[in-house]
Design a protein around this ligand. Structure first.
Ligand code: HEC
Ligand code: HEC
Length: 342
């Protein structure tokens, strides 16, 4: 008994010697709400777990035009300059299929919305070749068209704004602002942009109904003899509405594969395709119905290629469009917790 007490005492002594005199701040873990019908696997790197403090800092940075390292009004750019909540974090407009970046220079491709990216494991961007959100943030900050920043300048600017260093301390344990920390915090905010409350979701979870036309559109979407969309865009079991794989959907005779975009919130994200060629969902549906063209890399999942498309009647097109619009999640585009904190 005595020996046990001595042992216990020395263990306690050792433990107390190991405790650093200065209390290390631990941020509060954030548990992302995971709808039951979503994949359970979230893509969160082990060196950047979600925390309340990290998400808050990321949200401030996401909306802050000084993030471009500039303070002249005509050249301040934030993520929000192009990714706007009311358009499901898309730009909502474009110029010849591109989006104006710094001083009006145009991006190479049309926009992508920021929706449910925490579930994406196949790679990001239209090319599907970027492996992490942190990487996109870093590349965007310095891209000569998008934000054209210089990482040293950005760090200097953010450090000089009095509210920021204490927020960095709350997240990372010290007030030091670094490019790596900026990217991590913004990536945390991007990961909580989860949309799972469309009218279709409410139907699937028994909290709402679809109209007859929406229902017929859903059946068309998910059947091969119908509109045959589901192999690429999910809808049955795959509630992200994309497999996120690369495919050529028959737009051009010299077409190349692009990453399949999600169709969630598609009513808010016009214009469509990597080059924004279609202004409306009607034009998109006409493409899949009648204008599919052959090219050597066309996806074998474009089963109706020999007919030029899935050949829908005008009524079927209406139904399909109404179904697509039932994927709009109004609560996502109006949730004040995702809006600007500034
Ligand atoms: C000038 C406009 C512009 C700005 C500013 C901008 N983006 Fe983007 N963003 C785009 C475009 C265009 C794409 C599609 C690029 C591509 O696929 O080649 C994109 C793609 C993305 C993607 C990939 C989405 C996916 O589905 O794979 C993420 C994530 C992203 N941006 C986050 C951000 C963040 C975070 C910021 C701020 C640091 C930011 N963007 C600033 C235009 C912009
Ligand atoms: C073979 C796979 C495949 C099939 C089948 C398919 N798509 Fe697509 N879809 C894609 C790809 C890839 C893109 C992006 C192409 C690009 O931008 O060049 C896309 C883009 C879209 C877009 C534009 C989204 C945006 O944000 O720009 C819509 C809308 C769409 N598809 C709807 C449909 C509908 C409706 C059907 C069924 C009639 C369908 N797709 C069938 C692969 C497919």
């Amino acid at each position: 008994m005595k020996r046990i007490l001595i042992l216990l005492f020395s263990v306690l002594l050792l433990a107390s010697c190991n405790t650093k005199p200065e209390e290390v701040h631990e941020p509060t873990p954030y548990v992302l709400f995971n709808p039951a019908f979503f994949p359970s696997l979230q893509n969160i790197p082990s060196d950047n777990p979600l925390t309340e403090e990290g998400i808050l800092l990321g949200r401030y940075l996401f909306y802050d035009g000084r993030l471009s390292g500039r303070t002249e009004a005509d050249s301040m750019m934030s993520c929000h300059s192009c990714h706007k909540q009311e358009y499901a974090f898309e730009a909502g407009y474009n110029v010849n299929g591109r989006v104006p970046g710094i001083r009006g220079k145009l991006t190479h491709r049309s926009m992508l919305p920021l929706i449910n990216l925490v579930y994406t494991h196949e790679g990001y961007t239209w090319n599907g070749n970027v492996k992490s959100i942190e990487e996109i943030v870093r590349a965007t900050l310095t891209d000569s068209i998008e934000m054209a920043g210089n990482l040293d300048e950005i760090v200097k600017t953010i450090s000089s704004i009095p509210t920021y260093p204490p927020m960095f301390k709350n997240v990372f344990g010290s007030e030091q602002v670094t490019a790596d920390r900026i990217c991590k915090a913004i990536a945390q905010f991007v990961r909580i942009l989860v949309s799972s409350n469309s009218r279709f979701d409410r139907y699937v979870t028994g909290r709402g109904t679809l109209t007859d036309k929406e229902m017929q559109g859903y059946i068309l979407f998910t059947t091969e003899e119908g509109a045959d969309c589901f192999h690429c865009h999910g809808g049955q079991g795959n509630m992200l509405f994309s497999t996120y794989l690369m495919a050529n959907n028959g737009l051009d005779a010299d077409g190349v594969p692009y990453r399949i975009p999600t169709l969630r919130n598609v009513g808010f994200t016009a214009p469509y395709m990597h080059d924004g060629r279609f202004q409306t969902l009607d034009e998109v549906i006409d493409h899949y119905s009648e204008h599919v063209v052959f090219s050597p890399t066309i996806s074998p999942l474009m089963h109706h290629l020999s007919d030029g498309g899935v050949q829908l009647t005008p009524y079927q097109k209406e139904c399909l469009k109404e179904f697509l619009l039932s994927l709009n999640d109004t609560s996502f585009v109006t949730n004040s917790e995702l809006g600007s904190p500034l």
